[in-house]
Write a protein that binds this ligand. Structure first.
Ligand code: SF4
Length: 314
């Protein structure tokens, strides 16, 4: 049986302001300005009980459960409780999507104790000036510089603590689209981190983020090939792959390339019919990415939820 992919958005705000953020296709509160939480956010208790209902209906076998946002680490207590409960429910494949800023060693210890084993950290550039631009803090370079230092330190802690770590690099034009931008990540690959270059399509709420914030739509294969990579296998998504780079001294590293399709392509996505998003306001949306399922399904009671999930899943 094919795996079912659940993404649970527990917050729709973030401490970063990345111009390419899709916020999972959800409405962005006080966009690019204030930090006011969306008033429709579910309470911790309601998030947990919705999660339990979803797992109860879908079953804990052969699912992946991603905790996402916005930035999920901003809801610290909830995140720890969720990870613990998902482990109690015997879900093997749990991962956290984060920018890594708040994931200091104390927080990480708590998450590890709760059972977290896998984190996906977005690090858009290893150069602080470019990082500042990528996270929307070009007006406060010194803060962005400290932020990058902190994220790199926290990423090291995750690796040293034996967590499975992926680093996501969403491609942005003139920020991280050259070999010089890619090369500093090779050291992570050498340490067993899965480094992934992501080609994204604008898919967010009301057409946000804007096309001009993205690298022009390119084939991720062409891109990594032009950087000197050689495809060695497919990887997860049909339009991605694993690429080998020769770093000299008889040493090779592997980088993954992934293409996230636009809503228009969504029906051809390898996860089509096997994925859904639980939104921060407690609704269900079809699809893996962004705005594929524009219609949100409001949950009133368990029977309705069950019917809705069955209608989403093949
Ligand atoms: S860190 Fe992630 S959630 Fe936050 S603004 Fe950037 S892309 Fe969006």
């Amino acid at each position: 049986m094919d795996k079912i992919h659940i993404r649970h958005q527990i917050i729709n705000n973030c401490n970063y302001r990345c111009p390419i953020c899709s916020y999972e296709g959800e409405e962005i509160p006080e966009i690019m300005g204030g930090c006011g939480m969306n008033k429709t956010l579910l309470s911790d208790e309601n998030v947990i009980s919705l999660m339990e209902e979803v797992v109860n209906i879908v079953g804990s076998n052969n699912i992946s459960y991603a905790i996402t946002g916005g930035e999920p680490t901003l809801r610290k207590d909830l995140l720890i409780k969720m990870v613990k409960r998902l482990n109690d429910l015997d879900i093997e494949d749990i991962w956290l999507n984060t920018n890594g800023f708040l994931l200091n060693s104390e927080y990480l210890d708590e998450l590890k104790d709760a059972g977290l084993k896998h984190v996906k950290i977005t690090i858009s550039s290893m150069d602080f000036l470019k990082y500042a631009k990528a996270i929307g803090y070009q007006g406060n370079i010194s803060w962005a510089k400290k932020a990058l230092k902190k994220v790199l330190y926290n990423t090291d802690c995750c690796i040293e603590n034996g967590l499975k770590v992926d680093i996501n690099i969403p491609l942005q034009e003139r920020i991280n689209d050259s070999y010089e931008d890619l090369e500093p990540y090779f050291n992570f690959s050498k340490r067993g981190v899965l480094v992934k270059v992501l080609v994204l399509e604008p898919s967010g709420w009301k057409g946000f983020p804007k096309r001009e914030n993205y690298i022009p739509p390119i084939d991720v294969h062409d891109f990594l090939k032009s950087m000197g990579g050689k495809k060695i296998s497919d990887f997860d998504f049909s339009r991605g792959g694993l690429y080998e780079f020769d770093t000299g001294n008889n040493e090779k590293v592997t980088i993954a390339g992934i293409y996230f399709c636009s809503p228009a392509d969504a029906k051809n996505h390898p996860y089509a019919g096997r994925s859904f998003l639980v939104t921060s306001d407690g609704q269900i949306k079809k699809g893996m990415w962004g705005d594929e399922g524009k219609t949100k399904l409001k949950i009133e009671h368990t029977t309705v939820l069950e019917r809705q999930l069955r209608s989403i899943l093949n």
